[in-house]
Ligand binder design. Structure first.
Ligand code: CAA
Length: 387
């Protein structure tokens, strides 16, 4: 089924699938075991043009959108969800520049990104500000032509491997989230430091790191938008990037389903392949139906966002919520189909269950997604009543 993809999208999907099958899948278990970030894969992805896909044409990219990011994330995640993040979480890091930066900033940062000369990361979360992103305390104080940043960001995907970080910091703490501003920070700016590297349950082929700003000096020309717009820049960014997480979850779920079907066809118990047992068939049927429903929602959300529609937060949150819950359910059921073998590291399935878990947590927990959806429903109902 081609899901009404355009010819270009099918070509992109087939290219990413080929590279994922040939280059990522064979080393996925090793990268997971050793917790290694692969620069070799970044080079392969850069040469294949993956980083340019979402960059506007006038800055050297292909001018594609969230749908194409979705296609790449899904295909890569079928092979390894951790590896996916050197493309998908990098997109999260560069989205604030694409969405909200001025022409001069775009000209400085986007052409090199499109060529895959560097990858990016997004710095919002802090030790005391996770779900409550508006309560960040990293400070940015203007000093002449520079801002001086102080504070610590945690759980930063691509931390330590990214060269460019989009950072949300408070320029006026008295205004709450209206006092936050967004900055483009390079890893070679004075006072930029790497903190603790996390040892994670899953997505172990990606880096997750603390980033410390210790009197970090950032040129004023690297402020994105105006002072006070940082929280909105962050929220608009997440609206665009959450379908990428949803697609990552979708890829994990599809990957687990494929493995479960193959295993059920081969595994013989009671004198027959377990695939011929109705109990297993019903599980596979439910898993496949959930995966298809997730794909339909994720693609619909991506297309809606790319149509430049307003108020895309609700559908973005819905697809992330649904696809990540499906990924958790489907990978858990896949492990069940593998039985005792599924629990062992010798088989590839337990990795998918570990990788799936984070998709319910990062880029906003699924509780936060429900909050975003519910608030939007209530706002829409109030507007209808008023109008
Ligand atoms: N687009 C534009 N503006 C938005 C917006 C959106 N989607 N959502 C909110 N805003 C605006 C509001 O209109 C409001 O503006 P005004 O002040 O002008 O009225 C302002 O932002 C504050 O909005 P709220 O009152 O709704 O803010 P809140 O404090 O109640 O929080 C929240 C909202 C949705 C819970 C938000 O804090 C949130 O999304 N939290 C989760 C954070 C998150 O996703 N973190 C993940 C970090 S990225 C990651 O995981 C890293 C990684 O490496 C993978």
């Amino acid at each position: 089924m081609d899901y009404f993809l355009t010819e270009e999208q099918i070509a992109l999907r087939d290219l990413v699938r080929k590279i994922a099958d040939e280059k990522v899948r064979p080393i996925a278990a090793q990268l997971d075991r050793e917790g290694t970030f692969s620069w070799e894969l970044v080079k392969i992805f850069a040469d294949a043009g993956f980083y340019g896909v979402i960059i506007p044409e006038e800055y050297g990219g292909m001018g594609q959108g969230v749908m194409e990011l979705t296609i790449m994330s899904e295909e890569l995640a079928k092979a390894c969800a951790g590896v996916t993040l050197c493309v998908a979480a990098s997109a999260l890091g560069i989205f604030p520049v694409i969405i909200s930066a001025n022409d001069e900033q775009k000209s400085r940062y986007l052409p090199d990104y499109a060529e895959g000369k560097y990858i990016a990361a997004f710095c919002l979360t802090e030790p005391e500000a996770g779900s409550d992103a508006g309560s960040i305390s990293t400070r940015a104080v203007r000093d002449g032509d520079e801002y001086v940043l102080n504070g610590t960001k945690i759980f930063i995907t691509n931390g330590g491997v990214a060269k460019v970080y989009t950072v949300i910091a408070m320029t006026d703490p008295s205004k709450g989230s209206r006092g936050a501003s967004a900055f483009i920070v390079q890893d070679d700016f004075p006072g930029f430091k790497l903190g603790k590297e996390e040892d994670k349950m899953g997505i172990r082929a990606s880096t997750t790191r603390e980033i410390v700003f210790d009197d970090c000096r950032v040129p004023v020309k690297n402020l994105i938008g105006r002072e006070g717009e940082g929280f909105k820049v962050a929220m608009r960014t997440l609206d665009k990037s959450r379908p990428g997480v949803a697609a990552q979850a979708l890829g994990i779920a599809q990957g687990a389903l494929d493995l479960a079907i193959d295993y059920a066809r081969q595994r013989v118990q009671f004198g027959q392949p377990i695939a011929s047992l109705q109990g297993i068939q019903f599980m596979l049927a439910d898993m496949a139906t959930q995966v298809e429903a997730a794909r339909t929602l994720v693609y619909a959300a991506a297309r809606f966002i790319d149509s430049d529609a307003k108020n895309v937060g609700k559908i973005s949150a819905m697809c992330k919520l649904y696809a990540s819950d499906v990924a958790m359910k489907v990978t858990t059921d896949a492990v069940q189909i593998f039985g005792g073998y599924g629990y062992m590291r010798d088989y590839p399935i337990e990795k998918l269950m570990r990788d799936a878990k984070i998709t319910q947590i990062y880029e906003g927990t699924n509780q936060i997604q429900r909050m975003v959806i519910a608030r939007s429903l209530i706002r829409e109902a109030a507007a209808k009543r008023a109008g």
